[in-house]
Design a protein around this ligand. Structure first.
Ligand SMILES: NC(=O)c1ccc[n+]([C@@H]2O[C@H](COP(=O)([O-])OP(=O)(O)OC[C@H]3O[C@@H](n4cnc5c(N)ncnc54)[C@H](O)[C@@H]3O)[C@@H](O)[C@H]2O)c1
Length: 323
């Protein structure tokens, strides 16, 4: 019998569009759902018209949209959210409406539709002010931003729905995902695409603070693998949350050096571009490094791409698309 479609919310976004690519390549029917607030039709244009792929423009804050999208769906990969810590500090009500109320709406609509499993994106930001390194599930601190609060609450609801209704909800705490199609534009853009864009313009990338803050940068191919592992994982994964990362950390100044080296190969002038330091940002975490043992043991997740592998893939894409 043909597989029922997988609903990918936020499927026209950065991680979502890569997930749609992988699922379509594996022959799985995909229903991509997105309101295009930060996602782009261009991210999935190459999939439109492929057998089994459909796009629905809709909003997770609208129950009617969710009900229609969930018709006949067995599994959901829920990636729709408003990302960015600074955005959530500037407009907390918007972040709350999409990331928390939207998620609760999805849990309710999925329950009514008889969905089997929901794999959803949480975030490393739930570790907040915890000084524990590496970050391990069960050592969360106090959230440092409204974004982190929404993701912590999502985890609480997911666990509750699993215990209360038996919904198979699996949470993935992504750590600083990067790769092709991550948007470099706008005030809430992530660090790697912003740094690359600056170098390509021969402008110094702006680093908040001293640049010695560390991150566990995770190539998008690893995040996609993790979602696929979680969709197929044994029932013991339901109600649980998992760190999804590379399992190595790098500080921002080192990251910038690695980007500069790669970009200078095609454009020697980049080698002379320095960095600009700006004040630290509220809500930013100082050090981040994930322990990924739990995801390896329960989901069978093993990162296939190192930071260097990911940069080798992502940098040429930006050179081609931003020039
Ligand atoms: N990129 C990262 O480093 C990272 C880290 C931790 C967690 N996450 C989480 O992973 C998920 C995907 O992030 P991303 O980096 O691909 O971001 P993204 O902004 O590229 O993707 C999010 C998608 O959700 C869509 N969306 C937003 N609000 C919606 C709504 N109300 N209804 C329908 N669609 C809506 C957007 O249009 C966009 O396509 C998010 O839940 C994010 O919080 C990302």
């Amino acid at each position: 019998m043909a597989h029922p479609p997988i609903l990918v919310t936020g499927g026209a976004g950065f991680i979502g569009s890569h997930l749609c690519d992988a699922l379509v390549a594996a022959g799985r029917p995909v229903r991509c759902f997105d309101n295009l607030v930060t996602g782009k039709r261009a991210n999935i244009a190459h999939l439109e018209g492929r057998p089994g792929f459909t796009f629905i423009q809709g909003d997770i804050r609208a129950m009617a949209d969710l009900r229609a999208a969930l018709d006949g769906v067995r599994d959901v990969a829920h990636l729709a959210a408003l990302g960015s810590v600074p955005r959530s500090i500037a407009t907390p009500l918007e972040s709350e409406a999409t990331n928390l109320a939207g998620f609760l709406g999805l849990l309710e609509a999925a329950r009514a539709a008889g969905v089997r499993r929901i794999v959803y994106a949480s975030s490393s930001s739930v570790y907040g002010d915890s000084p524990v390194l590496p970050k391990k599930e069960g050592t969360e601190g106090r959230p440092l931003s409204p974004y982190a609060v929404t993701k912590s609450m999502d985890e609480a609801y997911a666990n509750l729905y699993h215990r209360m209704h038996g919904t198979e909800v699996v949470g993935l705490r992504f750590f600083n995902v990067f790769g092709e199609r991550q948007d470099p534009e706008g005030p809430y853009a992530a660090a790697i695409p912003k740094f690359i864009r600056a170098f390509l313009r021969h402008e110094p990338p702006r680093i908040h603070g001293d640049g010695r803050q560390t991150r566990d940068f995770t190539y998008v191919g690893n995040a996609v693998d993790a979602v696929r592992c979680a969709l197929d994982a044994p029932l013991a994964a339901a109600g649980e949350v998992f760190n999804i990362a590379c399992g190595t950390s790098c500080d921002l100044l080192t990251l910038v050096d690695r980007l500069r080296e790669r970009l200078a190969v095609g454009d020697p002038a980049v080698a002379a571009v320095g960095v600009e330091h700006a004040p630290e940002r509220p809500g930013d975490v100082r050090a981040s490094l994930a322990d990924i043992t739990k995801a390896r043991d329960l989901l069978g997740y093993v990162p296939r791409y190192s930071l260097a592998d990911g940069l080798d893939r992502a940098v040429p894409w930006y050179v081609e698309h931003l020039r």
